[in-house]
Design a binder for this molecule. Structure first.
Ligand code: TXA
Ligand code: MG
Length: 329
């Protein structure tokens, strides 16, 4: 299996060498683990798409060590882009901007825009600074599957498809970055995340639209994304118990994810406690969904938290996990 190394000065140096020779490195960020490749090496970017099993026309996020580099790679930068970069970088925010000639068509899927992000995680920061260039990094999971929040999960997902996994422990946020399109006249949130709509509106001084996530270019916008193997079903809290009983009596193995105390006598129903605190819920969500698969459950029953702040991001990922599955899901 690919080596998992604790992230320290030595392993980060090794990771930089791998990136320089066109290899792939999984690394922690504050949101989820990324599968990194040299964004300016087309062969490396192709290898990254292959490792993920992701269609080549899907754009990936390009990571920078510092926000100042946006000036070098983006063109026609809007005041909103500058304001949001100043307010939230480094941090869990991706800005979709118009790009200049140094950004390869391979990372943008041929679009005239690119998603840029400056992560705050110290390991991601150290890697980017030492590498000195741009790191293209989608989430370090197979296409359509749940993102990884630990090095162990990356290893389970990608096996030997990655050259090195830097272990930086559990990701603090646990959900992918907020994506905001600031390339047009009206900023739009393409994917909710830990930088919340409320925070974005406060910085820009206006309400920011949550774009309908059907845009095919945003792979997270496909309904089949962020899904475990088990079917995910969203129910109202009062439906958890009766629905679990019904599925169990139909012969299904059921996981009930809930923050209230519940107990079931039925041997094929497992209750997985979800933290009531919304940040902890985000932090735990993907590990819980993986656990559902580890238990071999057929169905996971979930409820959606109130959709303000970080709750909007959790609700978004649960809806996608519960969405119709596609062949590549
Ligand atoms: O938190 C994160 O954003 C993680 C960490 C590793 O940084 N990365 C991540 O990457 O979630 P990925 O590739 O799994 O999701 C990036 C999303 C995709 O849905 C992609 O379609 C969208 O960003 N995206 C990238 N560039 C875009 C662009 N120019 N226009 C619209 N969407 C874009
Ligand atoms: Mg992803």
């Amino acid at each position: 299996m690919t080596e998992i190394l604790p992230a320290d000065a030595d392993s980060i140096r090794q990771a930089v060498e791998i990136l320089r020779r066109g290899g792939l490195v999984a690394f922690p960020t504050e949101t989820v683990y990324g599968l990194g490749a040299d964004a300016q090496n087309d062969a490396a970017v192709r290898a990254m798409f292959a490792a993920k099993g992701r269609p080549a026309d899907h754009p990936v996020i390009v990571h920078l060590a510092a926000g100042a580099a946006m000036e070098k790679y983006a063109v026609e930068i809007s005041p909103a882009a500058r304001q949001l970069a100043a307010a939230f970088w480094p941090g869990p925010l991706t800005l979709v901007v118009r790009h200049g000639p140094q950004i390869s068509n391979l990372v943008t899927g041929g679009l005239d825009t690119v998603g840029l992000r400056v992560p705050s995680h110290p390991v991601a920061q150290a890697l980017l600074r030492e590498f000195g260039g741009l790191i293209a990094a989608p989430s370090a999971n197979r296409f359509g599957r749940v993102s990884c929040t630990t090095a162990e999960h990356v290893s389970q997902e990608l096996g030997e498809r990655v050259d090195l996994i830097l272990d930086g422990g559990e990701c603090a946020v646990g959900l992918e970055s907020t994506i905001i399109d600031v390339s047009g006249p009206q900023p739009a949130i393409l994917r909710p995340g830990a930088v919340t709509a409320e925070q974005v509106s406060a910085v820009l001084g206006c309400e920011v639209a949550q774009s309908s996530c059907g845009r095919p270019r945003v792979s997270g916008g496909l309904p089949s994304h962020y899904a475990p193997r088990a079917l995910v079903e969203i129910v109202r809290p009062d439906q958890l118990a009766p629905r679990a009983q019904q599925l169990a009596s139909d012969g299904k193995k059921v996981a009930v994810l809930c923050s209230e105390l519940f107990s079931f006598e039925h041997p094929s129903i497992t209750v997985l406690p979800v933290p009531a605190n919304i940040s902890e819920m985000a932090h735990e969500l993907y590990a819980l969904l993986r656990h559902v698969d580890d238990l071999g459950c057929d169905v996971a029953l979930v409820t959606v938290p109130p959709e303000d702040g970080l709750g909007a991001a959790i609700a978004d990922r649960l809806r996608r996990a519960a969405g119709p599955r596609q062949a590549d899901g």
